[in-house]
Design a protein around this ligand. Structure first.
Ligand code: HEC
Length: 306
């Protein structure tokens, strides 16, 4: 009885029952209910395994005793003891439907190729059922996917998933108005997918005036460091969004989403310094990105100290 009490007390301490009632605010290791659940479940699992192991062992002992009794009885009656095949042997026979080695002669074919002879064994039932099953499945598949079109094929499945994902994005954007892209929040993105999207937009609608390589035609050269309206991502975005009144550069704010405008602005800035042939002469003022300015002033300082 003393022992039981001690174990119980130990359990109480380990589950934090005492820790909670104590004055210290320190959390016990076992306060977490999930952890406690796992420990209890693990403990029960181990107990169950032990019970099963003992039960199997007892069963085996019982079988040996029964076998001994059967042998003794057979001896008494003066007959030979024949052991029943085990469940595994029976299962194997059923699943392969093969003729036992002892009866092989019954299925031997007449062919004799230099001593190599052939058995005409049954096809294994599991294999046959697999074949029948796949035939039934093929019929079902054909009807469901190609006749009634009641289930989606891969392309449709893919489109459904894309549509679902786009819907989620729309919802997320609607719920988080803080992430709206405008001339103040626009960033110079380096994301490959975004830049690819920007490139497509540029080639489709901007290239007619700025050329595919950005060298400039009706619109100015976008590959040099000279800008009429400034060369920062914010400046470029603003021009794309609002256009330039009384010029051919119209406002794209209505036709392109803010994200698309961010993408195309970021893309066209990747053309900086690409120096395409027959580019239009520079227009406007030189714009040096902030990072480069620092390098330049450092270079100047370094040169001055020489
Ligand atoms: C119909 C011809 C035309 C199309 C199409 C066009 N632009 Fe322009 N773009 C111009 C002209 C003209 C200017 C010069 C405006 C000015 O004189 O200030 C310009 C100016 C710009 C500037 C400012 C350049 C600077 O030096 O400050 C940017 C950036 C620009 N365009 C980007 C785009 C983008 C991006 C697109 C496609 C979404 C586009 N443009 C489509 C004609 C066009």
């Amino acid at each position: 009885m003393k022992k039981v009490k001690a174990i119980f007390a130990l359990l109480m301490i380990s589950t934090g029952t005492f820790a909670q009632s104590g004055t210290t605010a320190e959390a016990g290791l076992f306060d977490d209910p999930v952890l406690l659940f796992y420990i209890t479940a693990g403990f029960l699992f181990v107990v169950a395994l032990l019970v099963i192991a003992v039960a199997l062992y007892m069963l085996q002992v019982l079988r040996y005793m029964a076998k001994d009794a059967a042998i003794a009885r057979a001896k008494k009656l003066g007959i030979e003891y024949v052991e029943e095949p085990g469940w595994w042997t029976k299962f194997n026979l059923w699943v392969s439907d093969s003729v036992p080695v002892e009866k092989e002669e019954t299925i031997m074919l007449d062919h004799n190729y230099d001593g190599i002879r052939e058995l005409d064994n049954h096809l294994p039932p599991w294999w046959k059922w697999l074949l029948y099953g796949s035939i039934v499945w093929a019929v079902f598949y054909l009807i469901a996917y190609h006749v009634t079109n009641s289930l989606p094929l891969q392309t449709e499945e893919y489109n459904n998933e894309v549509a679902y994902a786009e819907e989620q994005v729309r919802k997320l954007k609607a719920e988080n108005p803080g992430v709206v892209i405008d001339e103040n929040t626009v960033i110079l993105t380096t994301d490959a997918i975004a830049l690819q999207d920007g490139k497509e937009t540029f080639n489709n609608i901007c290239a007619s005036c700025h050329r595919v390589d950005g060298g400039g035609d009706i619109g100015p050269n976008l590959t040099d460091q000279y800008w009429i309206h400034g060369g920062s991502i914010q400046d470029v975005f603003k021009v794309v969004k609002n256009g330039v009144p009384n010029t051919n550069m119209v406002s794209w704010g209505g036709a392109l989403s803010p994200e698309k405008m961010q993408n195309v602005s970021s893309y066209l800035l990747t053309l900086q310094g690409s120096n395409p042939p027959n580019a239009k002469a520079p227009e406007g003022d030189m714009y040096v990105p902030p990072a480069k300015k620092e390098v330049d002033s450092d270079t100047v300082k370094a040169q001055a100290s020489l």
